[in-house]
Design a protein around this ligand. Sequence first.
Ligand code: HEC
Length: 137
Amino acid sequence: MKNAIFLAPMLLLLIWIASCNRYQEANNPLWGEKLYTTRCANCHQADGKGLADLYPPLANSDFLNNDHAKVICLIYQGAKGEMVVNGKTYKQVMPANTDLSHEALAALTTYIYQKIAQQAQTTIIPLEVQQALSECK
Ligand code: HEC
């Protein structure tokens, strides 16, 4: 009986730890969505359509046709100054995301390509993020 009282919470703890790890897998769309909602949707909006003349769209953005590396570096480093997206000039500041791990950046960019830009076949793995970040300009 004593054992059962001890084992039950341990088992729950193990299940909880296991589910946390699953949540943090690089290509988990829930993790990517959570990162997008908390860090990007303010400006680019939940549907990725952008905000008026201030924040450019990610849905149907011609910028996303660039190399993945360029997109990953931009998300990591942020941006300021002028940027032309779909022929329109934007000049607000985008904050950097240098605190995100390679896994988090992989989950986030995969989410953007698959769910916002409707490119279901695009998956970005942490190794690709690592390689991209080592060559950012
Ligand atoms: C404070 C507002 C703001 C936040 C938050 C923000 N961005 Fe941006 N983003 C911008 C602006 C402004 C630009 C254009 C930059 C410029 O003018 O130099 C931009 C440009 C971009 C671009 C390239 C242009 C395009 O539309 O395709 C991508 C990709 C992008 N952001 C992704 C993200 C992602 C992913 C996040 C979340 C991690 C994020 N942004 C968070 C404001 C923001």
